[in-house]
Design a protein around this ligand. Structure first.
Ligand SMILES: Cc1cc2nc3c(=O)[nH]c(=O)nc-3n(C[C@H](O)[C@H](O)[C@H](O)COP(=O)(O)O)c2cc1C
Length: 182
């Protein structure tokens, strides 16, 4: 009997680390044998083209600009139906705030409210943003709600500053995903 592949719904948001989501997506599909469905915020599409993810996943990518084009059922609900795990990587300070407070004005924030599966968030941002009490408070709210936060790493950031804020490595994220799916 053939096992049905589990589905990761990957939310990509507007961070310089968005290009890393492509690598992760490739590993999820090719190495882990998972189905991957991608939702991108408008800002995410300024960093990486949706065509990259369409090609890597062989599935349509839902963005704030094409929502309504693919499904009979609203896409955020269709993604919620499919998801065995909802991963937001990279997670901007903005989406973390929206998720913490239930704001649903983009495809990633709306999908978050529609999923019933485990949720993983991989923040990526400048160290000063990460350490801001507003962001720390929002991360705390998500943690208390049971969302798994994968701590960003320390190093030289894309902006040249040094500190914590680099998205966790693909290997670390794959390890968390494997753990959460079993
Ligand atoms: C070049 C550039 C890089 C950025 N990198 C980040 C980042 O790594 N993390 C972050 O939280 N915001 C970053 N921002 C700001 C976000 O893109 C901005 O807050 C945006 O509104 C996020 O939208 P989204 O959460 O809907 O994707 C960056 C902005 C620019 C112009």
């Amino acid at each position: 009997m053939c096992a049905v592949a589990k589905t990761i719904v990957l939310g990509v948001t507007g961070s310089i680390a968005a290009y890393r989501a492509a690598d992760l997506c490739s590993a999820l599909s090719k190495e882990e044998g998972l189905q991957c469905r991608v939702a991108m915020t408008r800002w995410a599409t300024r960093f990486v083209g949706e065509l990259t993810f369409t090609t890597l996943t062989q599935n349509p990518v839902i963005t704030d600009d094409n929502i309504g084009d693919y499904a009979d059922r609203p896409e955020h609900l269709a993604l919620g139906d499919l998801a065995d795990l909802f991963l937001v990587a990279p997670a901007s300070a903005n989406i973390i705030g929206k998720m913490a407070h239930g704001i649903a004005d983009d495809i990633v924030g709306t999908t978050y409210l529609s999923v019933t599966c485990p949720v993983v968030v991989a923040p990526a941002m400048n160290v000063r943003m990460l350490e801001h009490p507003a962001v720390q408070n929002n991360l705390g709210i998500l943690r208390e709600r049971g969302v798994r936060i994968v701590d960003p790493e320390e190093g030289v950031l894309a902006c040249g500053d040094y500190g914590k804020g680099k998205i966790a490595s693909t290997e670390t994220l794959l390890g968390v995903i494997r753990e959460m799916l079993t």
